[in-house]
Design a protein. Structure first.
Length: 317
């Protein structure tokens, strides 16, 4: 089924489909009190209101790959590359007062702030290629290795994946971390590890895990199981990893969905729409947890196969 952008600025429509896809008559007023952090197609950090207004730059860092609001929404941690090494930077929510948090030749990747705001977890990869799950005080200090490759128990998976982000469970007792697996694993894989010991305590099929605000569910990005060859989709799962339903609209070979994040109230999700050809533009889409009433929050300016990507969603302080 082909999905095409059409109509007014916030419109999304489909050709013949079993899923109702519509455009709200007006933006949700409550959404204007929230702000979505995203990375644009030039790898600059930006934020936009949940109602599609107030799009703004967040600082002047370039080559940004991941970013997260602090729990109080007053600061941002950013994975960026200023000097050939991916490092972490912390700045205000307005993009001012930038300070570097990690140093040295090892890359620091995929950061997430602990729920109490005291620590930042990330994946650190040395020059030899080995990657560990690490935490560092948000104020700066000595990093602590939480989980090494040998603590991942799946026989086909070998430790944290440098391409995946970390996601702290809202209770602060566990983290989701994408791990690197070989082809025999059957697909992308996310380990759930203890924040205290680094031991694996669960796993989820797929990657780019985002926890619901109450920690009882997740949304993630995974290859579709509906038919072979369909691009990645966004799925809703229980915290234990069992599939509840698909969230993103039906796809074709030209369209995929990725990088989902929850709204602050846990009622809606945002995710990126990528297109593999120039006949359809990429976008950030918002929908309900059941996939209903999807609307385009903002469209990408180009590069259809490299969309603007949601990072985190906050209630404005």
């Amino acid at each position: 089924m082909a999905v095409v952008l059409a109509g007014p600025a916030l419109g999304l429509s489909t050709a013949a489909s079993g899923m109702a896809v519509e455009s709200p008559a007006a933006p949700d007023a409550k959404a204007g009190s929230t702000e979505l952090l995203y990375i644009d197609q030039d790898r600059a950090l930006r934020a936009i209101g949940g109602d599609g207004t107030g799009d703004r730059a967040v600082g002047a860092l370039t080559d940004v790959y991941r970013a997260q609001w602090s729990p109080d929404g007053k600061a941002v941690v950013v994975e960026g590359n200023r000097d050939g090494v991916n490092a972490l930077y912390v700045m205000s929510a307005a993009g001012t007062g930038v300070r570097r948090l990690t140093f040295g030749p090892a890359s620091a990747l995929g950061p997430d702030w602990s729920p109490d705001g005291k620590q930042i977890a990330f994946i650190r990869c040395g020059t030899g290629g080995q990657c560990n799950l690490v935490t560092i005080p948000a104020s700066g200090g000595v990093p602590r290795v939480v989980s090494r490759p040998g603590q991942i128990s799946d026989p086909y998976c070998y430790g944290p994946d440098y391409e995946r982000a970390v996601a702290w469970r809202p209770d602060g007792r566990a983290l989701a971390v994408g791990v690197w697996c070989d082809d025999d694993s059957g697909g992308d894989y996310t380990a759930i590890v203890s924040a205290a010991t680094g031991a694996q305590i669960g796993h989820v099929y797929g990657d780019d895990v985002s926890w619901s605000p109450n920690g009882k569910q997740i949304i993630n990005h995974a290859w579709s199981t509906t038919y072979d060859g369909e691009p990645p989709v966004v799925q809703l799962r229980s915290a234990a990893g069992s599939l509840i339903r698909r969230v993103s609209p039906p796809s074709t070979d030209a369209i995929g969905w990725e990088q989902p994040v929850w709204s602050p109230d846990g009622r809606t999700v945002a995710y990126a729409r990528s297109a593999q050809d120039y006949g359809a533009r990429s976008a950030i889409v918002i929908s309900g947890l059941d996939g209903t009433r999807p609307r385009v929050l903002m469209r990408g300016a180009g590069y259809p196969d490299s969309p603007p990507t949601p990072q985190d969603w906050r209630t404005r302080p």
